[in-house]
Design a protein around this ligand. Structure first.
Ligand SMILES: [Zn+2]
Length: 372
């Protein structure tokens, strides 16, 4: 979309907070009614905005709510893992309308790009998506057209955005997977409309996305929010990088599985089985998840102390463990929050694996709108 900065601000306000009356949008953005009318007219004419007249509403009046028409445009989002890709199609409102999952046969760049194009083509929809977002773990950001380094794919300096555009004929944008998910949470998730917040993901790895004053923190070289190996307790378990008692060693699902297998002498125990044992009161499993909860509370308190967020959102594949370790989490959050502050509001956003791909689609949407 080709939007002026002022029209973009109006559109995003309605996308994230709408429906809103013209009068309310004008108030929020400090615009005069005549300027707002001028800004919304072309968006209404092109069908990106629609009026929602109530029983007494008269079209064109300042009190009639405006909203974004979600079906007006679609986006594709692709999340790459080392063994498969997940692709979704979303509407302009970030709602998933179709999804596809394809295995990757090896990591050779040309074949992965071919798979991405195949997945995008398989997503059903009336019109092609306006843009494609691709997300993956590691140091990559929207400002880059290339993947600098992807340890899990074994890639260095791969110009993925250009290759995806060549293969699909669509604008393509790359983003780190946690940051892409943060973008979705910022506009359409548990922190929708909040200006300053953090997202913490727990699962195979630990991730942290940070939004300050409505801007997604990218960091130098596409690296920010690296909470994975924060020191928690130097008497704790050891992570695969050799740190004693780091965040990963306490919290990542593979670490919990490893600790539980050793402590319970059950070499084939899964993460979910360990979680179930804790839920049913097994004292050994309980202790492992309580320690994970303490680590998580300490991490969230540390982030809150640093950035002063309105809310911290927890998500990721293993976020359902929060209910099992909630008491320990709350205790540590209270203990490590700065004594002059109240503990931050924490929201748990339930997770499905397609959320990663949805995040990539929201990055494509933001790219299309020209939002940083
Ligand atoms: Zn570590």
């Amino acid at each position: 979309m080709n939007l002026s900065p002022a029209a973009r601000a109006v559109f995003v306000e309605l996308l994230v907070h709408g429906p809103l009356s013209r009068a309310e949008v004008a108030r929020r953005l400090e615009l005069s009614p005549s300027v707002l009318t001028k800004l919304t007219r072309p968006l209404l004419a092109e069908g990106f905005l629609v009026e929602e007249p109530g029983p007494a509403g008269v079209p064109g009046r300042p009190s009639v709510p405006l909203r974004v028409e979600p079906a007006r445009r679609a986006y594709a989002g692709v999340k790459l893992t080392d063994s498969e890709l997940f692709a979704v199609r979303t509407d302009l409102g970030g709602a998933v309308t179709a999804e596809v999952r394809l295995p990757l046969e090896g990591h050779e760049v040309g074949r992965v790009v071919g798979r991405i194009a195949e997945a995008v083509a398989l997503l059903p929809g009336d019109e092609p998506p306006a843009a494609v977002g691709v997300s993956l773990a590691g140091p990559v950001s929207r400002a880059d057209a290339l993947v600098r380094h992807s340890p899990f794919l074994g890639w260095r300096e791969v110009p993925l955005a250009g290759l995806v555009t060549a293969a699909t004929g669509l604008p393509a944008v790359l983003e780190n997977d946690v940051r892409a998910l943060t973008a979705a949470v910022h506009w359409f998730g548990a922190a929708a409309g909040r200006g300053t917040f953090a997202l913490v993901t727990i699962g195979e790895g630990l991730g942290c996305g940070i939004v300050v004053d409505d801007r997604l923190l990218v960091g130098t070289a596409g690296v920010s929010g690296q909470i994975g190996h924060l020191a928690i307790d130097d008497r704790g378990p050891i992570c695969e990088r050799g740190h004693r008692g780091c965040a990963r060693a306490y919290l990542a699902s593979p670490s919990i599985r490893r600790t539980a297998r050793a402590a319970l002498d059950r070499p084939s125990l899964t993460f979910e089985q360990a979680l179930d044992l804790a839920r049913r009161g097994d004292p050994v499993a309980r202790r492992i998840f309580d320690e994970a909860g303490l680590a998580l509370g300490r991490i969230v308190a540390t982030i809150a102390n640093l950035i002063g967020p309105e809310v911290v959102v927890l998500s990721g594949e293993a976020v359902h463990m929060h209910e099992v370790c909630e008491a320990a989490f709350e205790a540590a959050l209270g203990e490590h929050t700065h004594w002059t502050s109240e503990p931050v509001e924490v929201r748990v956003q339930p997770f499905a694996f397609t959320e990663w791909a949805r995040g990539a689609a929201v990055v494509a949407l933001r790219h299309d709108l020209g939002v940083a």
